[in-house]
Design a protein around this ligand. Structure first.
Ligand code: ZN
Length: 137
């Protein structure tokens, strides 16, 4: 893994939590975006060396809705920035790491993402996040 790209934080409501991050912590809001595949609305905040990704469920079917219901708001996942996500996925598989997503899917910001199963990672939900494609470069 090359670096941590962002931390995912589950929130019940972006409208209610954003002022804490932007006004009290003074972080810059980069963008708000809907990710229909995950049924979440996300807000990215710039914390200089890392980004924070606030995740608000758009429906009760969203995994984030279930997370908030069960465990409350809080730290949800850690995302590693990677290149060649398909190769990384093969390596994970070779090492016997179970993936929630066997193939990459579209995440926020045009990134290709895949999550590792927490049962294979000592209890932490890790995301692989590949932004090398989809930027038209
Ligand atoms: Zn994420």
């Amino acid at each position: 893994m090359e670096k941590v790209d962002h931390l995912g934080i589950a929130v019940a409501s972006l409208d209610e939590t954003l002022p804490f991050y932007t006004e009290k912590l003074g972080l810059r809001l980069i963008a708000i975006e809907e990710v229909p595949s995950e049924q979440v609305r996300v807000a990215f905040l710039d914390a200089s060396n890392i980004k924070l990704e606030l995740l608000e469920p758009m429906s009760q079917e969203s995994a984030v809705a279930k997370f908030v219901e069960k465990r409350g708001q809080g730290l949800h996942h850690i995302a590693f920035g990677v290149q060649n996500i398909n190769e990384r996925l093969l390596e994970m598989k070779e090492q016997g790491i179970r993936m929630i997503h066997e193939t990459p899917k579209s995440g926020a910001g045009g990134a290709q993402v895949a999550f590792m199963h927490p049962k294979s990672t000592c209890g932490v939900l890790f995301e692989l996040c590949d932004k090398s494609k989809g930027k038209g470069e």
